[in-house]
Ligand binder design. Structure first.
Ligand SMILES: [Zn+2]
Length: 606
């Protein structure tokens, strides 16, 4: 194997030499690396990767199509007659595609032909996968089967993203770079995902709801991982949160009988380990294991921070088994409602009984409330759970605010009458009114820029094909980065609904079922994330969080800010297709580590 390249070498070489060094990153398309080299010097591989992403994005559609068409088919003719590039041969070999059974080979050929006929370019998939170790043939076939149904515009973008992922892995190989901590975080999550609730295990699905056997096995696993990574303590608290602590420099000194300066306040971090039904492996868990990778590195270097780091695996965030979302983080803020203990799950088991069965001390819950005076703040790393970073091809995002939201259920009431005999001008159509509302919500939320509005449920009770809808029930979910913006949107939507009903001679009822305040990031903490991301050479992208997170709860007692990590497959989440690469996880670890050291400097420790 050739000696690995270094960034210095690349930065100092002449353009021709540098272009030669990057030869083969993009299939038969050396122009991409060559154009990106104009942006030298690069401080990191991540920066170089993004420069190449930009060249392709700005190259125009013809150049993009040419790039895609320069790729061989997976398990295609070029593989069979051995005319693939060395890089492609290596990748297809690693994914086992060079050893397909005749049936697999035929299936792939058939899908390839279908794909190419539909989109006009070959199906492209980074077959070394998100961990770099190679996808299974079954995974490749399943992806091909799914994507052949995709939208042409989406597939063009998705193929380009895969091309960039292929280039990323090739670049890593050239530079002898391994995202070791990213792999570790990946592997921890993979191991944790072995625990799943009964009934789901058989289906190969991941479901971990509050205090089931699988949930408790996860807690024990996280506890063991925390201790193995180097935490001095890792305890399961009264609601099932797993709390690991990596103690401070002064703790360590006084523990060794040395004189120690006064301890600084603790930094709190973490996320949840419960999942939705048939969920993903990274939602929540990434925010436990990224900090843990930092603890592991500190411990390995015998390094201490001038403050303690407390990593919490929150027991419950998703509200699946009981209607008590954010139970884990809520308990830390003193927001645990004792009435929840009497709630029952689908099998009639009360939360109290589930907790006693799990060996938890219900009476100790008030005591786990944190005193804000002892903490500096709360930071949370989370997979984005949306398509924004994936579409921009940017690995990390800095959260500006967790959106405020409000939810309604409502009903419009008109008059059910004969579809054949009632003239158009004499109808009281409830569903047509709600249809107007759907479009109004869409229009107003779009106009607003960064708000979102959704009518997710629509129903005509006892509707018939030949009856004008007399009633129409609906739900409505509005979210915006600030309370004021949400209130303004809400006001416009409600006024619009009144007008629609007036004009159509209908009446309506509305019930507000939920309202949550925005949790804007604390500016100083958001800035620390921004500096960390910038230091990695990764483009800075600020964004609101459309989903709720544990940070929302901690927001009520501490300054907080979140970091998002790009998800694959359009950032899909609450779905088994949720994924992220170990390269991106490594960047999250690097950013977290940067934030820890930055804080240490602020505390006066170099
Ligand atoms: Zn989550």
């Amino acid at each position: 194997m050739a000696t690995p390249l270094t960034l210095d070498q690349l930065n100092l070489a002449s353009l021709d030499e540098a272009a030669a060094l990057l030869d083969g990153l993009y299939e038969h398309s050396p122009w991409i690396a060559r154009a990106a080299l104009a942006k030298r010097p690069f401080v990191s591989l991540a920066q170089l990767k993004h420069a190449m992403v930009l060249e392709v994005a700005n190259g125009g559609r013809d150049a993009q199509l040419a790039l895609l068409r320069a790729h061989p088919e997976l398990a295609g003719k070029a593989m069979v007659d051995k005319s693939l590039t060395a890089e492609s041969t290596n990748e297809q070999n690693k994914a086992g595609l060079t050893h397909c059974t005749p049936a697999e080979f035929e299936k792939i050929q058939q899908l390839n032909a279908q794909y190419n006929a539909r989109f006009g370019f070959p199906f492209i998939l980074a077959v070394r996968g998100p961990r770099g170790t190679g996808l299974l043939k079954a995974e490749i076939i399943a992806t091909l089967e799914r994507r052949v149904q995709g939208h042409p515009e989406f597939e063009l973008a998705e193929c380009l993203r895969n091309v960039h992922r292929i280039a990323e892995i090739r670049l890593n190989d050239k530079f002898g770079y391994t995202p070791t901590q990213g792999h570790q975080v990946w592997d921890w999550q993979e191991a944790l995902a072995q625990h799943t609730d009964p009934g789901y295990a058989e289906l190969g699905q991941l479901t971990v709801t509050y205090l089931t056997d699988a949930h408790r096995a996860c807690a024990r696993q996280i506890q063991a991982d925390m201790l193995a990574a180097g935490c001095e303590s890792a305890v399961i608290d009264a609601v099932g949160n797993v709390v690991g602590r990596y103690e401070s420099d002064s703790w360590s000194r006084s523990n060794h009988g040395l004189q120690a300066p006064k301890d600084s306040k603790t930094l709190l971090t973490g996320s949840h380990y419960d999942t939705v039904r048939n969920g993903g492996k990274y939602d929540g868990r990434l925010g436990i294991y990224v900090p843990l990778a930092c603890v592991q590195a500190l411990k390995a270097q015998s390094k201490r921070l001038p403050y303690a780091l407390e990593v919490v695996g929150f027991a419950e965030e998703e509200g699946q088994r009981y209607k008590a979302t954010f139970l884990g983080s809520g308990a830390l803020t003193g927001d645990f409602d004792p009435a929840w203990l009497d709630q029952t799950d689908a099998d009639g088991i009360t939360m109290r009984d589930a907790m006693i069965h799990a060996g938890l001390d219900v009476n100790a819950i008030p005591a786990i409330r944190r005193d804000p005076a002892e903490y500096q703040g709360f930071v949370e790393v989370h997979i984005e759970q949306g398509p924004v970073l994936n579409a921009l091809d940017i690995p990390l995002g800095v959260v500006t605010s967790i959106n405020a939201s409000v939810r309604y259920v409502g009903e419009v009431i008109g008059m059910a009458s004969h579809a054949g005999t009632t003239p158009m001008g004499q109808r009281r159509d409830a569903a047509a009114a709600v249809a107007e509302l759907v479009l109004l919500v869409e229009h107003l939320a779009t106009q607003d820029g960064d708000s979102v509005g959704t009518v997710g449920q629509l129903q005509v009770p006892n509707g018939s094909i030949n009856v004008i809808p007399g009633r129409c029930q609906f739900s409505m979910d509005l979210r915006a980065p600030s309370d004021a913006q949400r209130d303004a949107l809400e006001e416009k939507v409600l006024a619009g609904l009144r007008l629609i009903c007036e004009r159509r001679g209908l009446h309506h009822s509305l019930t507000r079922t939920m309202q949550a305040s925005a949790a804007p990031s604390a500016p100083a903490w958001q800035q620390r994330w921004e500096q960390a991301v910038a230091a990695l050479g990764v483009p800075l992208h600020r964004m609101p969080s459309g989903a709720g997170h544990d940070a929302m709860k901690l927001h009520t007692i501490l300054p907080q800010a979140m970091l998002f990590v790009r998800g694959l497959n359009s950032g899909i989440s609450h779905n088994p297709l949720e994924s992220s690469t170990s390269d991106d996880m490594q960047l999250a670890v690097d950013a977290f580590s940067h934030l820890l050291h930055q804080l240490a400097q602020e505390h006066g420790t170099p």
